[in-house]
Design a protein around this ligand. Structure first.
Ligand code: ZN
Length: 211
């Protein structure tokens, strides 16, 4: 089994690079181990940010967030989704736990359908469709995200077992299907806004999120 894992890491990760990245988070400076990865397709890139407290035991199971990139939410703090609030909550947990990892996947924009399709779907939602039906209307998959690169990154980091920060049972299942042992699903709670109430309700009712 172990040799299979090594083989698939070699297949899926074409390039990686590493540096120390100091960040400012909620008024304090945090040093993170930053690793960038590129899959076989050049647009499939990811950033892993690793926080490790001093004197951490080697058998500590890492707390991991696999975060789908969202330009409108993560960068501009859009109120139409809860991505920014989830990212902040995840960074808070990750930087205050013995071993915490954020895997950021920019190519997951709009649940994997890209920025243009996401904005087209927003326009349809303004006409009354929910997030699932809007994607069906534009002929895009409801969720096109794949987690193979994230799983390979975890193997590369020597983390085959994780505690996953997520409300999304499909994400847990997807990582398990790639061979990652998810020993615990840790929920993230965020406050709804008037703009994302329906988005969150659709996640809960139609996509089985634990909200
Ligand atoms: Zn978002």
């Amino acid at each position: 089994m172990k040799s299979n894992v090594v083989t698939s890491v070699e297949m899926k990760i074409d390039w990686s690079a590493q540096t120390i990245l100091p960040i400012e988070f909620r008024g304090r400076e945090v040093m993170l181990d930053a690793r960038a990865y590129q899959g076989v397709e050049p647009h499939v890139q990811a950033l892993a940010l690793i926080h490790r407290a001093k004197d951490t035991a080697n058998d500590e199971i890492p707390l991991v967030r696999v975060h789908s990139g969202c330009v409108t939410g993560d960068i501009f703090h859009s109120l139409k989704c809860d991505c920014y609030a989830q990212l902040q909550a995840a960074m808070d947990r990750i930087t205050s736990t013995p071993v915490g990892v954020l895997i950021y996947l920019p190519y997951h924009e709009g649940r994997g359908i890209g920025l243009v399709n996401k904005i087209r779907a927003y326009a349809l939602q303004d006409q009354g469709l929910d997030t699932v039906d809007a994607n069906i209307e534009i002929g895009a998959p409801i969720d096109a995200r794949e987690y193979d690169l994230a799983a390979h990154i975890l193997f590369d980091l020597g983390m085959p077992e994780v505690r996953l920060l997520s409300n999304n049972p499909a994400k847990v299942e997807a990582l398990r299907a790639e061979g990652i042992k998810v020993s615990e699903q840790v929920a993230i709670h965020t406050e709804p806004s008037i703009y994302n109430k329906r988005y969150l309700e659709t996640k809960r009712v139609r996509m089985a999120h634990k909200l």
